[in-house]
Design a protein around this ligand. Structure first.
Ligand SMILES: *[C@@H]1O[C@H](CO)[C@@H](O)[C@H](O)[C@H]1NC(C)=O
Length: 230
């Protein structure tokens, strides 16, 4: 009986760790992160500053009215404000980004492994979309896409591949809320073709069903990250 209970408890514990995909809930008002780069101890999240030493600055970040520079090949710049910019975000499960686009600028297909994203357009016209995970045998991943104008809000569910493209010939600006203090970003092209060390050419040639020279060409590109961490 006791043994069975233990098995059930173990299974439940496992299920809960699997189901609980987003940031864990805080266990106190706040747990302002201390710079822990040299702490020599690594925890899930960051260790807390003494609450008596916490000040308003710990919850503050200025300057998001300034556009990030879009003079790069993608014509976009994602200025991220996460727990590394605002230490007070530690354990609170949210963060923010400002995304600037030059005319025809692109925030290329990417995913946030730990966050859902809700985006609002302030300026310009964006073609956005996300693709579902593999739906099943012989079925295609479904694209949900939309053209957004100022004031429009669009949602990108956690973990799914998405993009934003400025289809107008003026600049565009959007802000995004993300459901993690540290959403993470995997830019698909960078991760697949720009990793170090590189993924074996045999693997990519077969995965993408192309000639080896196509993979060679793609791997020789400089896959720049359009994210900026002030
Ligand atoms: C993004 O903008 C910042 C601030 O203007 C700049 O320092 C950074 O180099 C830009 N990043 C890219 C990829 O252009």
């Amino acid at each position: 009986m006791a043994f069975r209970f233990h098995i059930a408890a173990a299974i439940l514990a496992l299920v809960f760790t699997i189901v609980h995909a987003s940031d864990p809930s805080p266990l106190q008002d706040f747990c302002v992160a201390v710079p822990d780069a040299n702490a020599g101890v690594f925890v899930n999240g960051k260790i807390c500053k003494d609450p008596k030493l916490v000040e308003a600055e710990d919850f503050f970040f200025p300057g998001l009215n300034e556009p990030g520079s879009t003079s790069n090949p993608l014509g976009s710049n994602v200025t991220t404000v996460n727990v590394n910019q605002i230490p007070g975000l530690n354990t609170l499960g949210v963060s923010l980004a400002r995304i600037d686009f030059a005319p025809y600028g692109l925030n290329p297909p990417h995913t946030h492994p730990r966050a859902t994203e809700i985006l609002v357009v302030l300026e310009g016209t964006l073609l956005v979309g996300f693709v579902t995970s593999n739906p099943g045998m012989n079925m295609k991943n479904k694209l949900f896409t939309k053209v957004l104008n100022p004031g429009d809000v669009f949602l990108f569910p956690e973990g799914l591949i998405h993009f934003q493209f400025n289809k107008g010939h003026s600049n565009a600006v959007a802000f995004a809320g993300l459901s993690s203090q540290n959403p993470g970003v995997i830019t698909i092209a960078n991760a697949v073709f720009g990793s170090k060390p590189p993924i074996s050419r045999d693997v990519l040639t077969k995965a993408f069903q192309v000639d080896k020279n196509v993979v060679k060409y793609l791997q020789s590109q400089f896959w720049r990250d359009n994210h900026y961490y002030p």
